[in-house]
Design a binder for this molecule. Sequence first.
Ligand code: HEC
Length: 127
Amino acid sequence: MALVLFSCQSEKKENGMQVAEIEKKEFFVVPGEDEPIDSVLVQRGKVLISYADCYECHREESAGKGPTFFDIARRYPNNQVYFKLLGRKVVSGGSGTWGHPVMRAHPKLELEDAMAMVAYILSLEDK
Ligand code: HEC
């Protein structure tokens, strides 16, 4: 699924999809419904992230080795499906979605904790 979504050369309104422009790179904003934010989960994710290595590569606003948390939040709908999808990617590591280098795997991280972290990241939208 991630591979289908990645396209830097894509045109602005291709397939009627909204495309955001960040640092001269474009990415598809994945369409989907937002769910009400579970503030307990989000707080847990925030704490977990502060004890993990995430900020080595990610910052909220400015580009680091990985995409900014704000860009990630803009890109994905805020719901359980994406908490799980992206949570799995945090655990297993990966590349190819943003045109950045590889995110290392976090094999010791429980999927449930990774999902809380993603819930925090996606909650950053429009803040
Ligand atoms: C070694 C650097 C590095 C570290 C450490 C790191 N990331 Fe990443 N992260 C990346 C890169 C690079 C990407 C973009 C991967 C791609 O293009 O598919 C990324 C992508 C992501 C994405 C978006 C995935 C997607 O498919 O769009 C999320 C969510 C994420 N990281 C969360 C985290 C969390 C949470 C942590 C801490 C547990 C973390 N990252 C630690 C480098 C890192």
